[in-house]
Unconditional design. Sequence first.
Length: 224
Amino acid sequence: MPEAQLRVLCASHFEVAQAEGVGQAKAEIERVKPSVLCFDFDYPDQDRLLAMQATKQAHARLPILMLTHEHSESLAVWAFRARVWNYLVKPVAPEEFSENLNALASLGNRASPPRSAQLLSAAIPSELPVQPIAPDVARLQPSLQYVTQHYHEKVSATAAAKSSGLTRFDFSRKFRATFGMTFREYLLRVRITEARRLLTESDDSVTAVAFAVGFTSMYDILTS
């Protein structure tokens, strides 16, 4: 669902105040006194998650809805332990988002505020970046995740481009400009890195490892 549609759905359930950045968010919370908080992270870094955690600790009774493109088991566990009300991975289906908004609206309309749940110690997932991801890298992050998930299969540049919402031509151009290499060169590096790890940690033959990481022929192996 497009970001604009998300905002329209929010506005159909709540009077929305939007803030950019942690400092502005703090000021808006004090000014508006909201009944619900929504944190929308494309690709969260450790600093932003720490800021959200601090906000929850300062306003423990406020339910928090978290939206993100990033999806991992460790991040989901962190969100649960940090007492995030719900954690949705974008793109979110309109029906699912509306159901969450309806439930949050019901919470906000209660005569008495919801009980403040005990906050658990929640360590920020260590694999997340410490600093925000550069916008040009974030734009291609879904394609990098696609490679991570499928490098051992036949990888399509068209599919990788589609995962970032780009045409293959725009994707190729942006990828080279951002990373200083072609998509194929990046894919080869990922496969070679994984092959080195497997050769170090297992007793498998070079050929078996090569096929395990996605090299489908001896030609691929020899030309990598």
